[in-house]
Design a protein around this ligand. Sequence first.
Ligand SMILES: Cc1cc2nc3c(=O)[nH]c(=O)nc-3n(C[C@H](O)[C@H](O)[C@H](O)COP(=O)(O)O)c2cc1C
Length: 240
Amino acid sequence: MVETGSPRAGTGAPVLVRPAARSGNAHTINPKEHEPIMESVNVAIIYYSATGTVHAMAHAAAEGAEKAGAQVRVRKVAETAPEQAIAANPAWGKHVEESADVVQVSHDDLEWADAVLFGTPTRFGNPSSQLRAFIDTTGPLWFAGKLADKVYSAFTASNTAHGGQESTILALSNTFYHWGGIIVPPGYTDPIQFQSGNPYGASHAGGAEAPNDVALQAVQYQARRVAETAAALKAGRANS
Ligand SMILES: Cc1cc2nc3c(=O)[nH]c(=O)nc-3n(C[C@H](O)[C@H](O)[C@H](O)COP(=O)(O)O)c2cc1C
């Protein structure tokens, strides 16, 4: 277990303090106990959103990771749908305009990141084809071993609670396994999880309606947990 303190003034880096060793457990005894470990972690939030709900969750996730002291990049994937399809749905067209200033993801963002949260709407129980299209460009990074050992997590939005949120997140996890990633789900590790009710990843149910406070708090918490886990891993690797 690792406790985090407030970000160190001026650095944005999280302060990690080793918890007291439990008696009788040799693995937790550490001569540097209570010594602060400074580790700055990079968190990329990579998402697709047609009508804005996942976009809102991605920005809430950024807030959660930033509060944990991480450096954060929020990146959208490229739109692949034909213009006629976008034009036929006013909410979709409006969101394309509203999110014009969000930087489009590149492979550099994946290389830069110690941890990545992926966000996608549920599409027939699966991630959106737009997010999959980006993931399918990552072969060269995977081949060079550059996607391994990072922390990965995913969140989603759908029309209904039983409309495939879990299968969408689990489908993304298949990719994380191939990458050799460390999957960090929220589980039921915080009181907000007992309200949101999805241990696989934060999820909004309600279609194009704005995500409610519980969904936003859940994704903030998930991002914080991801950032803290990445920082703990980085600190542990530096000390090993
Ligand atoms: C092609 C398509 C497939 C969808 N499939 C599902 C689905 O399987 N289950 C569900 O509950 N909602 C489904 N939805 C609804 C979206 O997941 C939902 O509106 C989501 O909140 C949209 O997120 P966004 O606003 O970030 O684009 C689907 C929407 C589209 C356009």
